[in-house]
Design a protein around this ligand. Structure first.
Ligand code: PMP
Length: 427
């Protein structure tokens, strides 16, 4: 295949004519497809329907310490749920608090608490002139929205296949006391599907922040979300590494069962040092009388233990692996060798990250939309929605059916080609 950048103007014009025709044909089909959000498909949700039965008709509704889960009580999670989420998070149950239905909600609350009440006795961030957060990019749009919402200045840190640029993280964090945190999705990252290397995790654990209340927001949302049985990424456990480094309080580790059971109706948890958990509890006990223990019980009865979770995740993988492979196949066949885009090939998680030629992403997403395919907004993977290169696009292949996905991926590649030709022609 010839690289677009090596084509003559005549060749590009001829190609554009062809692509304009393809694009017009696609538009005429009146498609309505969605590759924008990382949601499981309905067949994935069906996998957890057994959870609706486990508390039915005469089931024991007391947790193992005898507390009636239908009533108030047990603020930070029933012991069996702490054990299950502890296993998923690879920490002891005493380092876990079980929350409600959303880990993003807990992250929001953690920032809110730090703003109004400070972190472990430090000055509340709202009383400081400036508060900054490091944001590995591209990253998860909803993280960036939280820090933006609280007026926290966000600093881009480039991602690599090993994790964030740690030279930059170490330097900034050690020099600037206004930097209070960093957003991390350390395994099968959103959107690239990268997993931080052992070296990166160790460097995080050994950070020497200028701010005593600096925290790593370690959002391990995709810890058990492998696509392959035999070829899986491995992430070093951060709490252990931080404790070893004499830095036990530097990290909050978040997780949830959103993409294990039901997004929006799962259970979320935080793992952290005991001192940090005390800080969390002080806030939480004012905020609520307790979270949904019946849902905790439901999850434990359905999954039983970590092996049960892994078995369940293999069923998810069997459904979504072909979807990832379909999109990657189409990208390879249609765009390979053209020099107009690069993409990641994740071994887990929910996304593929695509980088177009500079200055094309907005145009590609707009073209796809006009042709009936909704993608995540261009720029969404960057703080303030501003991708300085206008090139990153997040592809979420899980929600559409295989047929829809195939159509959507073809629309996408035609839009990439067309936008690239327009760029090269200076249009
Ligand atoms: N973190 C990441 C990295 C995510 O991709 C998502 C959503 N898909 C969430 C958190 C949201 O999780 P929850 O449903 O537990 O709020």
């Amino acid at each position: 295949m010839e690289k677009y950048s090596e084509m003559s103007r005549e060749q590009l014009l001829a190609l554009k004519k062809e692509l304009d025709q393809q694009y017009a044909d696609i538009k005429a089909q009146g498609l309505a497809l969605d590759m924008s959000r990382g949601k499981p498909g309905t067949d994935q949700l069906d996998l957890s329907m057994g959870m609706m039965q486990v508390l039915a008709d005469g089931a024991e509704l007391k947790c193992e310490t005898g507390v009636d889960c239908r009533n108030y009580g047990v603020i930070d999670g029933i012991p069996e749920a702490k054990r299950l989420l502890g296993e998923i998070s690879e920490v002891d149950p005493e380092h876990i608090i079980i929350y409600g239905n959303s880990s993003l909600n807990v992250m929001f609350d953690s920032i809110a608490r730090s703003m109004t009440h400070g972190v472990m006795g430090n000055t509340p961030w709202s009383k400081l002139d400036k508060v900054k957060f490091l944001c590995p990019v591209p990253g998860y749009d909803r993280h960036f929205k939280i820090t933006e919402f609280f007026g926290i200045e966000m600093i881009n840190v480039p991602m690599t296949p090993e994790g964030p640029d740690m030279d930059m993280v170490e330097k900034l964090v050690s020099e600037d006391p206004a930097i209070k945190g960093i957003w991390c999705v350390p395994k099968y990252s959103n959107p690239q599907g990268y997993t931080y290397s052992a070296r990166t995790v160790q460097r995080f654990a050994n950070l020497k922040p200028a701010a005593p209340d600096f925290r790593i927001y370690w959002d391990n949302a995709y810890s058990v979300h492998h696509l392959y049985d035999e070829d899986q990424d491995f992430l070093l456990e951060i709490l252990t590494e931080c404790a070893k480094a004499g830095n036990p309080d530097i990290v909050y580790k978040f997780t949830s069962t959103s993409k294990i059971s039901f997004p929006g109706s799962g259970i979320a948890a935080v793992a952290a040092s005991k001192a940090n958990l005390e800080d969390f509890r002080k806030y939480m006990q004012i905020q609520t009388i307790g979270h949904d223990k019946l849902n905790q019980l439901r999850h434990v009865r359905f999954f039983k233990n970590l092996e049960g979770v892994h078995e369940h995740m293999r069923k998810h993988a069997n459904i979504i692996r072909p979807k990832f492979e379909l999109v990657l196949d189409i990208l390879n066949k249609e765009l390979g060798g053209l020099g107009i885009g690069q993409w990641t090939t994740p071994k887990g998680g929910y996304f593929i990250s695509f980088d177009s030629m500079k200055g094309c992403a907005k145009n590609i997403v707009a073209k796809a939309k006009e042709a009936g395919v909704v993608m995540t907004g261009a720029g969404a993977t960057y703080p303030y929605g501003k991708d300085p290169e206008d090139s990153n696009i997040r592809i979420a292949p899980t929600f559409p059916s295989m047929e829809e996905l195939e159509k959507a991926a073809y629309v996408f590649v035609v839009c990439v080609k067309l936008a690239s030709v327009e760029k090269l022609l200076g249009e």
